[in-house]
Design a protein around this ligand. Structure first.
Ligand code: AMP
Length: 317
């Protein structure tokens, strides 16, 4: 299949390069604040847009259909996202339809159409295979495994998932979890995956499945991060108004991985992880202030630093 955005593969990856594979989507989202139709979404989209606020380059691996706007790919490329691994195939782009109610902590999925993701097989260029940091954002765990099989010697490999895959591809997902360094889940997913009702115990059980770090996102209640010897609880930025939380988890992961890459972090560096989780929390908060990537798109580093300082002030006692 052709990829009109292909660029010649470079010999090696750039230092500190961050690779993400995951969904690139057109979403239909309803929240108490309104409705967005055919709006740009997808886990890898939110992740890479969030990450490039802090860190470049970001390599994007995914697939879109013939209906995906070319201007969006140009916009992503213009932000420093290397889209040479974003294939365009015959057929329709991945679509997700969902809504949020009440405290908007959990999305209710109405429709998931894998479309071109149904038979996508990622084939990474030699440059992409050598990325230093890798994130397997939410997508079929079978695809996450295919990327894991191709990457060479990354410093840190993280992964995310959601209830859809926990229920439909449990074995493949467990293999992914056993092979990554850092697993990111939200509270409901950790409980669904482990069968535990106590969240700390659920996180400990995920840790027992293999990764060295488990980050449990608790929406408005922040994130609980467990390592083998250390733990940290980072609050969410207190927001009095939320427009749309879609992509908050992916933006959290994008901010966190970008910060780890900026710090040149090795897996055992828990202090670097503490800082990174702070950035993730702040970027996720901005994400909730608009539909799609509208708010993320306009963010500059000083806005993030200012909010990070406010979050630190908030949580000092
Ligand atoms: P988040 O709110 O961070 O969990 O992620 C939201 C994004 O995940 C949306 O933009 C959707 O397009 C995407 N998404 C929804 N369901 C799936 C799925 N089953 N696999 C991959 N991505 C999905």
């Amino acid at each position: 299949m052709t990829n009109p955005n292909s660029q010649p593969a470079h010999e090696g990856s750039e230092p500190g390069s961050l690779l993400v594979v995951g969904s690139v989507a057109l979403d239909h989202v309803r929240t108490p604040a309104g409705v967005a139709d055919e709006s740009l979404g997808g886990a890898a989209t939110f992740f890479s847009v969030a990450a490039t606020i802090l860190h470049r380059p970001v390599y994007l691996v995914g697939v879109v259909g013939e209906d995906f706007p070319e201007e969006v790919i140009e916009m992503l490329s213009g932000r420093g996202i290397d889209c040479s691994g974003l294939d365009r195939r015959e057929g329709r782009t991945f679509r997700w339809k969902g809504y949020y109610e009440g405290d908007m902590n959990e999305a209710v999925t109405e429709e998931t159409h894998l479309n071109v993701f149904g038979d996508f097989v990622p084939n990474l260029s030699s440059k992409f295979r050598q990325a230093d940091y890798v994130f397997l954002a939410n997508i079929d765990p079978t695809l996450q495994l295919k990327v894991l099989d191709q990457i060479e010697k990354p410093r840190i490999v993280g992964a995310d998932t959601m209830n859809f895959w926990i229920q439909s591809k449990t074995d493949e997902l467990r293999e992914v979890i056993s092979r990554v360094d850092l697993m990111v889940l939200n509270d409901a997913e950790a409980i669904l995956l482990t069968g535990e009702t106590n969240l700390v115990r659920a996180a400990e059980k995920v840790l027992e499945m293999g990764p060295d770090i488990v980050a449990v996102k608790k929406g408005a209640h922040g994130a609980l991060v467990l390592g083998r010897d250390d733990r940290v609880l980072v609050p969410a930025v207190p927001l009095s108004e939320i427009v749309d939380p879609t992509g908050a988890g992916d933006s959290f992961a994008g901010g966190m991985m970008a910060s780890l890459a900026n710090q040149n972090a090795e897996l055992g560096n828990f202090d670097a992880l503490r800082t990174a989780v702070g950035y993730g929390s702040v970027i996720a908060s901005f994400n909730c202030e608009s539909f799609s990537i509208e708010r993320l798109k306009e963010l500059q580093v000083p806005m993030i630093e200012e909010r990070l300082q406010a979050l630190r002030n908030y949580s000092t006692f």
